[in-house]
Every structure is written in C-alpha cells, then in structure tokens.
Design a protein around this ligand. Structure first.
Ligand code: 0CH
Ligand code: SF4
Length: 418
C-alpha cells in the first residue's frame, strides 16, 4: 500500500499501521474484521500509532507489508484479521507483524463464552449515572462531580464528553456550582464543606452505602468501638470512617482483626464496605468474633445484594472455564474482587477495561471463557468483548443466570421528576 495511505487526515502524527475493520477482495463481499480492536490493543501496548479502515485483500503474491488472514467466523461465515504498516517505517512493520502474528495464532478456532448473570450495572450505579445525566439536562454543563461518579473509565469519559467535570476535592468547584457526590458516599465533613461553599448538591450516594453510614452513627452513638472492615484509602471507606472518626477503626484482614486492641472489648460492633468478597469477609468477622465474643454487627450484611449476586454468579461458572475475563476498571473494588474470586476457584482471571485489553496469550488453549462485569461496568462493554471474540472464530455464548435482580432506587430528590 502506498505511504500516502498512512497520512493523518488532521495533520497530526501519522498512524503508521492500518488495522483492518474489513478486508476487501477484488470481487465478492467484504470480510468483516470485528477482532480489529484486539489487534489495535496490541499495537497500542507496543506504542505503534494506528487507525482502522478497510484493507484490500491481496491475491497471490502478497503485497509487502500487508498482513491478512481469513478464517472460519461466527454463524458459519468468515472473519478476517488484517494490518498494513507504512512501507517507509520498519519499526511499524515489526509492530504490525508481531501483533498480527500473535492474534492470528489464536484465531479461527471455536470457543464458548459462559456469561455470568447478574453482571454489570447495579441499581446504585444506574441511579448515580442517571443523576449526573439529569443534572446536565437540567442545568447544562458544567456539572461538577466529586471523585469518579463510579469507578469506571468508560462511564467517566462519556459523562466528561457531555460536560461533567470530575474533581478530586470540593475546593476545585466554583462557589455555588451544581455538584454531584459519587455513589461511594462522602463524610459529614464533605457535606459541611459543600454547605459552607453554598454548592447545589446532588447526593448520588447509593442508599445501601447510606445505610452503612447510618449504622456507623448508631453503633458509635451507643458507645461501641466501631470496626469497619474494608480497604484503606477507598472512597467508600473514607466516607464511612468520617461518620464517627474518633470511635471507628479500620480492619483490612483477619490478621489485623485478631490483633486489634480496643478500650472496652465488651462493646465492639462491626460494619463492612459494601463491595468486599463475601467469603473473605466472613473470615474477618470470624476472627473479630473470636477476639470479641460479644461482637455485634449489622442486622443484615453490609456487603450489598449486587456485590453478592455478581460473586455467586461467577462462582457458578468459574470452575468450568479455562479463563475468566472481568470487565471493570482497575480502581473498582467489586470488579477486582471478582478477579480474585475466579482465581480462588483455580481459573486464571483478568480485569479488562474493554476488548482492547485482552492479550492473545490468555486465549491459548482457552476453549471456555467465563465473562462477567463489575457493578460499575456498562453492559455495552460486555457486548463489545463478545463482538471482538466473535471476530476470532466460531463462538457460542450461553448465559448462566443465578438470580434475577429487580432492585431499583429512586433518583436523588433534586433531579427526580414529578
Ligand atoms: O467497587 P467500588 O466500591 O470500587 O465501586 P464501583 O466500581 O464504582 O462500583 C459501584 C459501587 C459504588 C458504591 O458501592
Ligand atoms: Fe449500591 Fe451495591 Fe451498587 Fe454499591 S455495588 S452502588 S452498594 S448496589
């Protein structure tokens, strides 16, 4: 292909590799290349500038620098993979050959996807995302959001595109501006600061996180030491700790629980972060109870229904699969817990923000792939992963539903209609 095919349309740095979104034979229909996103991910990791577009399917006497393959695809059809590097760029050529070779090696073989259900957005995330969308509709941009509304890069990027401005702390918000608090909750000190600065607050804290805050106030109010089981530095933990900071201690694991010293061992209560692993947390509570036999806790578990359901759904399929992919971002606690859970079932597991994060080596010998998504990961990302995998060969997708979720929360009052 001529070097001019690689010129950037916008005058920016030229993409040195073209990734096929379709292969075009001289005659006959185009061959779709839905796995192009996988190739693009590999090129991105190699630092190779690239863009996608159609590539002519070379006939006999393959053109220099153009790499194409056509193989059995989904539904009895064909699928393709293709890459072409700028002829004047040997480094791009090398990157294209490596990426193409790695993905070609795992393409064209049949696979099964076992799709865990429930997965993806929970009721608290639906509510929080919709709160920002409604605030944008009602007030117009910018709408400020303290911290990521939920821990997902795609959600944040899409809301940013629509005019949401994510800030770390309220001092970055102009006096009086509309400000959304994230689903993870905030401490009373943050509420006080917002009031002082006369911000128009829309509190998108999940009602199930607010319930834990209320428990913290109740347990501390009756004179107990409150043991919060959770991860240091996590926003939800920061918020809950802030309810009764002088009476609350954070415990991250069973070892810390066993070594905990308190003023009055007869007056200890525990709470948990909502997004922990159910099995691990039970071990921490057991260790606390061994140490403080009169330990009291919440009436019902603080680990929420959505976290629990996603873990149960994954547990039901993990052992039957060769590989588990969890769609979610790296700072999403509940998503990371799903990866660890699959690993405890003995299955290699990886957290991916989307299809571009999948590595070809993971698929070697992986005939059955378990797929799930954390509570903050949009369902569309799961669809994108399946679409990309379909581009690698015949794919059967079976959903395994362990329970059906019907929980819905009403929107925060400032953005509720009617
Ligand atoms: O799992 P974490 O708590 O990190 O949060 P997320 O990924 O934004 O998922 C939604 C839960 C929000 C608060 O429970
Ligand atoms: Fe609420 Fe649970 Fe979703 Fe967190 S994971 S937002 S606590 S429903």
């Amino acid at each position: 292909m001529p070097t001019s095919d690689f010129d950037a349309a916008d005058g920016g740095p030229p993409p040195r590799v073209l990734v096929a979104d379709a292969l075009l034979p001289a005659d006959g229909p185009a061959v779709p290349c839905p796995a192009g996103v996988l190739l693009a991910g590999e090129l991105a990791r190699a630092g190779a500038a690239h863009r996608s577009g159609p590539i002519p399917l070379p006939g006999p006497g393959t053109e220099e620098g153009v790499l194409t393959a056509v193989f059995d695809g989904p539904d009895g059809g064909t699928a393709g993979l293709g890459a072409a590097a700028a002829p004047d760029d040997p480094a791009a050529g090398e990157a294209a050959r490596a990426a193409f070779g790695a993905w070609r090696a795992v393409a064209g073989v049949p696979r099964r996807v076992l799709l865990a259900a429930p997965r993806s957005f929970c009721a608290g995330v639906e509510r929080a995302v919709e709160a920002v969308e409604r605030a944008l509709e009602q007030h117009g941009p910018p709408v400020y959001v303290r911290k990521q509304i939920v821990h997902n890069s795609r959600v944040v990027a899409e809301l940013e595109e629509r005019g949401a401005v994510f800030v770390d702390e309220l001092d970055a918000v102009p006096e009086g501006a509309v400000t959304v608090f994230s689903a993870h909750g905030v401490s009373p000190a943050v509420h006080a600061e917002a009031e002082r600065r006369r911000l128009g607050v829309i509190d998108a804290t999940c009602p199930l996180v607010s319930k834990v805050h209320a428990e913290a106030r109740r347990f501390a109010g009756r004179g107990d030491t409150v043991v919060l089981i959770g991860h240091a530095g996590h926003e939800e933990v920061e918020g809950t700790l802030g309810e009764a900071p002088e009476r609350t201690v954070l415990v991250e694991n069973a070892e810390q629980a066993a070594a905990l010293e308190v003023d009055d061992p007869g007056r200890v209560s525990y709470l948990t972060q909502t997004t922990l692993a159910v099995d691990e947390t039970a071990g921490v509570v057991d260790a606390l109870r061994d140490r403080f036999p009169e330990l009291r806790g919440p009436d019902s578990a603080d680990i929420c229904y959505a976290t629990t359901n996603r873990q149960e759904a994954l547990s039901a399929i993990a052992a039957e699969t060769d590989l588990v992919l969890v769609v979610g971002s790296g700072n999403s606690s509940n998503s990371v817990r799903l990866v660890e859970l699959a690993e405890r079932h003995g299955t290699p597991a990886h957290l991916i923000d989307g299809p571009a994060d999948i590595r070809p080596g993971w698929l070697e010998g992986a005939a059955a792939i378990g797929l799930t998504a954390g509570a903050s990961a949009p369902p569309a990302l799961v669809d994108e992963v399946i679409a990309a995998l379909r581009g690698l060969g015949p794919l059967s997708v079976t959903e395994h539903e362990t329970t059906r979720e019907t929980v819905r929360f009403s929107l925060p009052s400032p953005v509720r209609r009617g």
